[in-house]
Ligand binder design. Structure first.
Ligand code: PMP
Length: 440
């Protein structure tokens, strides 16, 4: 399966996608339902996907691509896995939503509680954004404090108070990084750089009594992949304990991906609250947050902290999550994904060594990122230069022309699934070798 397209005239080779994009732009802002899909960082017209199967997606023009986006993380079993589809089809036949409790949500909650280090109770929502928003609300209610600490480069969804850019170096007062967010909404958000426990200690020394929670992606994967030192995450754990603040791990990407117990299990560090999304919904719109019973008890109806959702705990979505977790357990999924990642590293090493410019592979389990930073892969949210970004855009299109679908931004991580086997990894390495040669 190779899709070599002649240089130039890309759009004309994908007329159906081009036509759909034109129609979409008339009725949907930017033509997309989520901004990064618009290809703005790489140029060109987004692929409109008609279907997926295993490790492949097929665009509206019938072209096949080996997919390393995986719908941005949920598809750990690959596209349209027969076991997941069978379970979901059965659930569908019993109705799509009841707005009342169902057995599947109890089962999935039991699964999360059994798997995740700090989770005694869990509540389901419909997206990662909602999970984080709700976890922060309950953390504030529980501690009776207002301030939230986040880290530059970590993304926690698009709730107003978390859409905050980094200040450089020292702690900064949160400044909204989106229009439409009043400064007052981010006045209780503090932003610190990653990888700097001194900055966290300093902030706690200054404002510790007001800090409700520190939230971090334990394996930051939204500004490239920025694995943190265990000692640093451990310092966050100690400082939050010391000052009576909660530590929230945002495991929307890492949860049920990096291991059964997410990054917390992998690192051996238990937070007070954790948020989930993506894998836990097996491709359906699901988020969840969980933690100690004493914290979660603050939620309505038992407690005073309101949180709700018409489609929360949706039976079809819960079933997709259960089927996915079953599959991972049955097929030694986490071990296989680790082996797959290790094989990817072996296959890409010689290709990267011969690249015409510095190119680094960063990998944690089934997450990987090609860092275009000339200076080497960073551990903090370092911006790419215009030249480095242009190289990524060229590589992205050269890969697309060879039938490889990478995330359309230099800052996005790539996802492996159980459907990626040696043949697919070899295909990726070969395409990368060719693509690098063409853009040299
Ligand atoms: N937290 C993290 C770590 C994420 O990566 C994302 C989305 N990529 C979110 C929260 C928000 O999730 P959603 O897009 O489902 O709202």
């Amino acid at each position: 399966m190779t899709n070599r397209l002649p240089a130039g005239g890309r759009e004309s080779r994908r007329p159906r996608s081009a036509e759909l994009y034109e129609r979409a732009c008339r009725v949907i802002p930017g033509g997309v339902s989520s901004p990064v899909r618009a290809f703005r960082a790489v140029g060109g017209t987004p692929l409109f996907i008609a279907r997926g199967a295993g490790a492949q997606v097929f665009d509206a023009d019938g072209r096949a691509y080996l997919d390393f986006v995986g719908s941005w993380g949920p598809l750990i079993a690959g596209h349209a896995h027969p076991a997941v589809i069978a379970s979901v089809s059965e659930a569908l036949a019993r109705g799509m939503t009841y707005g009342a409790p169902c057995a599947a949500e109890v089962e999935l909650a039991e699964r999360v509680v059994a798997a995740y280090p700090c989770a005694e109770q869990v509540r389901f929502v419909s997206s990662g954004t909602e999970a984080v928003m709700s976890a922060i609300r309950v953390a504030r209610a529980f501690t009776g404090r207002e301030l939230i600490v986040k880290f530059a480069g970590c993304y926690h969804g698009h709730a107003d108070h978390l859409l905050v850019a980094a200040g450089s170096g020292l702690a900064t007062f949160g400044r909204p990084s989106s229009a439409g967010v009043p400064e007052a909404f981010t006045a209780c958000t503090r932003v610190l750089p990653l990888d700097d426990e001194g900055a966290v200690a300093e902030l706690f020394a200054r404002e510790g009594a007001r800090i409700a929670a520190v939230i971090i992606e334990p394996v930051p994967a939204n500004h490239g992949l920025l694995p943190q030192r265990r000692a640093y995450l451990s310092a966050l754990r100690d400082l939050t304990h010391q000052y009576g603040a909660l530590l929230i791990f945002d495991e929307v990407i890492s949860g049920f991906r990096l291991s059964r117990g997410g990054a917390a299990e992998r690192l051996g560090i238990a937070p007070d609250l954790a948020t989930f999304g993506k894998v836990i919904g097996g491709g359906m719109p699901v988020g969840a947050f969980g933690g100690a019973r004493v914290v979660m008890a603050r939620l309505a109806p038992d407690g005073d902290t309101y949180q709700a959702g018409t489609l929360s705990g949706n039976p079809v979505a819960m079933t997709a999550g259960l089927a996915t977790l079953d599959l991972l357990a049955r097929e030694s999924g986490w071990e296989r994904l680790e082996d797959c990642g290790a094989e990817l590293e072996r296959l890409l090493a010689p290709v990267l060594a011969e690249a015409p410019f510095p190119l680094h592979l960063v990998r944690v389990g089934s997450l990987f990122w090609l860092s275009f930073h000339e200076a080497g892969a960073p551990r903090t949210a370092a911006p790419l230069t215009a030249d480095e970004t242009a190289r990524f855009a060229a590589l992205f299109h050269a890969m697309l022309d060879r039938g490889i679908y990478l995330p359309p931004s230099a800052y996005e991580a790539c996802f492996l699934s159980l459907a990626h086997r040696s043949a697919e990894l070899t295909q990726l390495a070969q395409a990368l070798r060719e693509a690098l040669a063409t853009i040299a």
